[in-house]
Design a binder for this molecule. Structure first.
Ligand code: SF4
Length: 460
């Protein structure tokens, strides 16, 4: 038993969180910033924060993650970090030559009250920012929200710094990517290309955090949304945000700044969410849906119909980021599975409302919680009360899965102990087929290993 502290009975807690289902804001800001081509994320705080953020991203993506830090000392903790950041900006442009420095704050610099726009303004005055180069920022105090909030804040920073309305509208649709894997961002671009829709995807971590091994170290890999594309988002005719928690603020900001109307959809995970994405893209880009996409949809439906008997009524516990797990839950419901326990550490009323709508009719017994008090202890206690057939979530679920002998499917962030997530997409119809096969593998492998001998089936 690795989680011996989890009681068999639910304990009513008012003020204690045990193993929160989230991580800290700057990690999201750093990940989003890596989706700009030629960008060096900069952590305005102590070295320890920056090391933690980099190592978490490196462990998840199995790629070196470059970032710089203001390296606060005791002095900066008392007097503020302005001189550290000013010096850092000058040094970074001289030594590492990025196109953009994306500064995010940390708990310490936020508590001191460092004013990022004022400090960056001072760097401009001191002529430390070379012509054609940029310093953007996001405030990411980690005692509010989660890594998802940090990601959303950095997207707002991109719009604030770059999006420009030149009054020459173009037949282009912006797609604001919620927190997805590089493979998912590549799949979104593939689908748009297949539909011949003109898009600007931002941020875009494909070919950055899944870059091929070439034997040469490249400080700024070839992927990422370019500055020219980010500036041009202000001239696009429409914006589609994928994921309410990650992208809604950036979409609102873009509309207010450049008058680009928007719609926020789910990340296209599963059948219905992909249907909505494809039809929305077809409508706003004014393109038809090609047969190749319709055929992919048909293959997914065929697979669901064939495998439905193995999935029907299966009880599932799922935890993670709301933009990821909401469409997963909808997908499971459409296959008559029962997501009975749901936990997300990211706060926000939208999740409550959405879950009520999704679950009320099909799984009224479902229990869910999000925000600061929603933790892994809560999820484990629910599972101990009445078991589930499948657990889905990030690496931290493996202890529960082991203790309770439950099949476990790794999804979301972070996945620290397996590979594949950054290479094989879960979005779109093909992604849904991939998820479905992994769900079945998890459930049926467990069944094969644990059922009575006379029940072992050779053929499905
Ligand atoms: S929670 Fe705050 S102090 Fe801790 S690593 Fe994150 S930013 Fe740094």
């Amino acid at each position: 038993m690795l989680l011996r502290h989890t009681p068999n009975k639910l304990i009513d807690r008012q003020a204690l969180t045990v193993n929160p289902a989230k991580t800290c804001q700057p990690i999201g800001a750093m990940y989003a910033a890596l989706g700009i081509h030629g960008c060096l994320p900069h952590s305005h705080g102590s070295q320890g924060c920056c090391s933690y953020h980099r190592s978490t991203l490196t462990r998840h993506y199995k790629e070196p993650v470059m970032a710089s830090t203001s390296s606060f000392t005791e002095g900066s903790s008392v007097f503020g970090g302005q001189s550290n950041l000013i010096q850092a900006i000058g040094t970074i442009f001289k030594v590492y030559d990025p196109d953009v420095i994306a500064v995010h704050s940390t708990c310490l610099s936020e508590t001191i009250g460092d004013d990022l726009p004022q400090i960056i303004g001072k760097a401009v005055e001191d002529e430390l920012i070379p012509e054609g180069k940029y310093v953007i920022y996001a405030n990411t105090p980690s005692y509010i929200g989660s890594h998802v909030t940090g990601y959303a804040n950095m997207l707002v920073g991109m719009v604030r710094a770059f999006s420009t309305n030149t009054l020459r509208k173009k037949n282009v649709v912006n797609i604001v990517a919620g927190w997805m894997e590089p493979s998912d961002m590549a799949e979104i671009k593939r689908i748009a290309h297949e539909m011949e829709a003109r898009i600007i995807l931002f941020p875009d971590t494909s070919d950055v955090l899944d870059a091929p091994m070439t034997g040469k170290h490249v400080m700024y890999p070839k992927g990422g949304t370019t500055i020219a594309e980010l500036i041009a988002t202000g001239d696009s005719k429409f914006t589609m945000g994928l994921g309410h928690f990650c992208t809604e603020d950036a979409c609102i900001r873009l509309e207010n700044k450049c008058k680009v109307r928007f719609d926020v959809l789910d990340i296209p995970i599963g059948l219905k969410a992909t249907d909505r994405f494809v039809s929305s893209l077809a409508r706003h880009a004014n393109v038809p849906v090609p047969d190749s996409i319709t055929d992919d949809r048909g293959r997914l439906i065929d697979m669901i119909a064939d495998m439905h008997k193995y999935l029907y009524g299966k009880r599932v516990a799922i935890f993670g980021d709301p933009d990821t797990i909401l469409p997963f839950i909808e997908f499971m419901l459409s296959m008559d599975m029962k997501p009975v326990y749901i936990v997300s550490g990211t706060p926000g009323k939208y999740m409550d409302e959405r879950l009520k709508t999704l679950l009320d009719e099909k799984v009224p017994e479902a229990k869910f919680m999000n925000g600061e008090r929603a933790d892994m202890l809560q999820l484990h206690s629910w599972i101990k009360e009445e078991g589930v057939d499948l657990l889905m979530g990030n690496t931290y679920g493996k202890y529960i899965a082991r203790d309770e002998n439950i099949p476990f499917l790794r999804i979301g962030f972070p996945v620290l102990d397996r590979v594949g997530h950054s290479y094989f997409p879960v979005v779109g119809y093909k992604g849904a087929m991939h998820i479905l096969s992994r769900m079945l593998d998890a459930i049926l492998n467990h069944e094969d290993a644990n059922c009575k001998e006379e029940k072992v089936e050779l053929v499905m």
